[in-house]
Write a protein that binds this ligand. Structure first.
Ligand code: NAD
Length: 264
């Protein structure tokens, strides 16, 4: 499905990013597995992709650093010739009640979740336009997919920096989709609900926490990274060629506001 294409997945050493990287690799893409800290997780993902006869390598880069992001795209282009797909997935939470939130907590989340998306998307768009369309590979000159969150829609007390970053992603995504569509660059987001990953471990690791979380999910199960990975492969492929500037909610019905299911 994605044979001959190259994907960069940011924050791909764990959770959703790791799942997306493996699924893109299984669909035939060469995968650049980005990580920020320790290499083990990223190297493990690379090994899994290679075990499935795919091609991948790991690159350390802080998505909030312009120099790091440029370096990552440079090494990707040196290795595979170009980049066709960006999955901007790296993200963090730094939770605190609003009145206690420090400027450091605010800045760190915005720097990684929003500025990181800006820096990676800008670099990707520049490379897509430089290269242009290669018809045998894809109808589009390139595809950008942001991993946003249901919290681009649902307000989240105690997590206002995170919700602001994801709300920001939504209009950032739509605005660059407006700007880049003429170049045949498709830009979309995936807005996951609750997915079992390290970022939200406390929300599902005890039976009590899991039961509470399930009250918010109409479909009755917590999501897995593969649920998001399947959507990402579809959005990266020509199967979704007419999908542009939209946010695909993959949340088991969390945004149906289940609290209202028995009346308001
Ligand atoms: P995760 O903690 O496993 O993944 C986040 C990844 O981002 C980690 O691998 C981390 O090393 C990386 N990262 C952090 N700072 C970075 C930086 N400066 N540069 C590069 N990489 C960096 O959690 P996850 O759930 O897999 O999160 C992935 C994305 O999905 C995030 O954007 C998160 O907001 C979003 N999301 C997650 C859920 C969920 O329920 N798990 C729901 C909605 C949205």
């Amino acid at each position: 499905m994605l044979i001959g294409q190259t994907a960069i997945v940011t924050g791909a050493s764990s959770g959703i990013g790791a799942g997306v990287a493996k699924a893109l690799g299984a669909a035939g893409a060469n995968v650049v597995v980005n990580y920020a800290g320790h290499a083990e997780g990223a190297n493990h993902v690379v090994r899994q992709i290679k075990d499935g006869d795919g091609s991948a390598f790991a690159v350390r880069a802080d998505v909030g650093s312009e120099a790091d992001v440029r370096g990552m795209f440079q090494v990707a282009c040196e290795t595979y010739g170009t980049v066709d797909i960006l999955v901007s997935n790296a993200g963090v939470q730094q939770d605190a009640p609003f009145l206690d939130m420090t400027l450091e907590q605010w800045n760190r989340v915005l720097r990684i979740n929003l500025t990181g998306a800006f820096l990676c998307a800008r670099e990707a768009a520049r490379e897509f336009i430089r290269r242009g369309i290669i018809r045998e590979r894809s109808c589009a000159a390139g595809k950008i997919i942001f991993i946003s969150s249901v919290h681009e829609i649902i307000p989240w007390a105690g997590h206002v920096n995170y919700a602001a970053s994801k709300g920001g992603i939504n209009l950032f995504m739509k605005s660059i989709a407006q700007e880049l569509g003429l170049y045949k660059i498709r830009v979309n987001s995936i807005a996951p609900g609750a997915i079992k990953t390290p970022i939200n471990r406390t929300a599902w690791e005890t039976p009590e926490a899991e039961a509470n979380l399930l009250k918010l999910i109409r479909y009755g199960r917590i999501g897995e990274p593969v649920d998001i990975a399947k959507a990402a492969v579809w959005l990266a492929s020509d199967e979704s060629d007419y999908v542009h500037g939209t946010s695909l909610i993959v949340d088991g019905g969390m945004t149906l506001y289940p609290g209202f299911s028995t009346g308001g």
